[in-house]
Design a protein around this ligand. Structure first.
Ligand code: KIV
Ligand code: ZN
Length: 513
């Protein structure tokens, strides 16, 4: 057996917190970003792109704190091609054990028109900005944005300039998801062959999924010599998303016979982080999504079930345990005890203290009384609800009257700072009536810009997870809750978002002088 060499090692660069968070509606709170960064670091991701420090005070604060708390991973921040961006980025990442500045500019004919620079002017700017970044940090990544639509001669010229100016990683983005596997490979091969100094840097591939080819394009680039793959958890990202981290890592693991490359990712942590990213971004994972979809390891048809019982390899190319799915599919029910619940929660990646277990056990029993079977997804949803215990606003009672005749009405009691307050309000449908009732009891000016319902398990007694996103004076907050009753879940999610807004208002309040 031959041992893997450095040449076989593919670095995994995660940009969930930058490119992923950039997708419309996927904004995460500061605390959520810290938590995702910690999970990425723990799972063995090599480089975490933690944000775009100049974009906002919030982004700067998140990148700085992620840098300070980082353990093994390189912490990277994004910067446009100007000194102000690069300085701000360095300020944010410099406290990391391993900091990196990532600076970029659009080099294709279309993108060159944005700053309105000639080819020569842009080449000079690349030289100056990469040099500036390299004077601050010895780990500099440079990206020619829209590289896959850039003239080859010009791409070779600017890549060479960036390498000479001190870039240590050259990232080749397929910004608009336009390339295809053979072309993706040819482009990397062409750069490695033609650009002087190419053997001294790491080439990275950064693909978008507009044509559904992001993973295939990234793997083709690896086969041609790229040794860093840029990706996001669940493929989150602008438009149709980025290359999905879990797909690349599992493809390299399962098909190591034909793609003999290693990553440092502990694949058993994939499901846990996938669920957390889905929860905090408010972007549910599609049921049939490769690796992390709810149905990725489900076998419904009789022929498949029979084959699975005889030998799982008949229909599974990966073991569920390899991606961190609890191997046992034995559902919990109302007769299950505390020990079974604890074991299940541990298998799902939750390390619960005794008081947390006691709290979740009460909620589990209440749910088990209403549902025949309690599935993994129900328990994960319950964990979200448990964190609502310390909120200032709580839904105490809700009854809606709906039917074919409008308007629908909601009779709601909210506990606000420990005091019960009641109102009846009407609206266009039960959810609208409920939200109107909340607004009467807790007036606010926040605008609702997302309302999303997702059934977490099957059947008419399924739990619904509702996600709402609101905005007030530029502060974006998300609320999420689950219940077997969709309107109750909606009320709780709305109230959860308001509680998060109260916390945000406190944090961003100007300090008293
Ligand atoms: O897609 C893209 O081009 C990017 C760059 C900033 C690297 O995300
Ligand atoms: Zn991108």
């Amino acid at each position: 057996m031959t041992m893997p060499t450095e040449q076989d090692r593919v670095l995994i660069f995660d940009t969930t917190l930058r490119d992923g968070e950039q997708s419309p509606g996927a904004t995460m709170t500061h605390e959520e970003k810290l938590e995702i960064a910690e999970l990425l670091d723990d799972m063995g991701v090599d480089i975490i792109e933690a944000g775009f420090p100049i974009a906002s005070e919030g982004d700067f604060a998140a990148v700085s704190e992620i840098a300070m708390r980082s353990k093994e991973a390189v912490i990277c921040g994004l910067a446009r091609a100007n000194v102000k961006d690069i300085d701000r980025c360095w300020e944010a990442v410099k406290r990391a054990g391993k900091p990196r500045i990532h600076t970029f500019i659009g080099t294709s004919p279309l993108h060159r028109q944005i700053p309105n620079l000639s080819m020569d002017q842009m080449a000079d700017l690349i030289h100056d900005t990469v040099t500036h970044a390299r004077n601050l940090c010895d780990n500099v990544q440079w990206s020619p944005m829209d590289a896959t639509r850039t003239e080859h001669d010009y791409l070779c010229r600017v890549v060479e300039i960036a390498i000479k100016a001190g870039a240590t990683t050259i990232n080749i983005p397929d910004t608009v998801g336009y390339t295809a596997p053979r072309e993706s490979a040819d482009l990397i091969r062409m750069l490695i062959e033609r650009v002087p100094g190419a053997d001294e840097v790491v080439f990275a591939t950064h693909c978008h999924n507009d044509l559904g080819m992001a993973t295939a394009n990234a793997l083709a680039a690896v086969e041609a010599g790229a040794r860093q793959v840029e990706s996001t958890i669940n493929g989150l990202g602008e438009r149709a998303g980025n290359t999905a981290l879990e797909e690349v890592v599992m493809a390299l693991k399962v098909r190591n016979d034909i793609m003999p490359y290693q990553t440092g990712v502990d694949t058993s942590k994939i499901m846990n982080i996938s669920r957390r990213v889905a929860q905090v971004s408010g972007f549910p994972v599609q049921f049939n999504k490769a690796i992390v979809g709810k149905n990725a390891f489900a076998h419904e048809s009789g022929i498949h079930q029979d084959g699975m019982l005889k030998n799982p390899q008949n229909f599974e190319i990966m073991r569920p345990e390899d991606v961190g799915l609890a191997a046992s599919s034995l559902p919990l029910g109302k007769h299950s005890g505390r020990a079974a619940l604890k074991a299940k929660m541990t298998a799902l990646g939750y390390d619960l203290a005794d008081n947390q277990l006691a709290d979740i056990f009460v909620r589990f029993k209440e749910l088990a009384d209403r549902k025949k079977e309690v599935f993994d997804e129900d328990l994960i949803a319950l964990m979200g609800a448990a964190s609502e215990a310390h909120d200032r606003l709580k839904v105490k009672f809700l009854r809606v009257i709906c039917g074919t005749e409008a308007p629908q009405s909601a009779d709601l009691t909210l506990t606000i700072d420990g005091v019960d307050q009641q109102v009846t309000a009407t609206g266009d449908g039960p959810v609208d009536a409920t939200f109107n009732a909340v607004k009467v009891l807790f007036p606010h000016t926040a605008r609702l810009n997302l309302y999303q319902v997702h059934a977490v398990t099957g059947g008419t007694d399924a739990q619904a997870t509702v996600t709402v996103r609101m905005e007030e004076d530029g502060k974006i907050v998300t609320g999420q809750s689950s219940d077997t009753d969709t309107v109750v879940a909606s009320a709780k999610a709305y109230v959860n978002a308001l509680n998060n807004l109260i916390v945000r208002r406190e944090k961003t309040k100007p300090e008293a002088i």
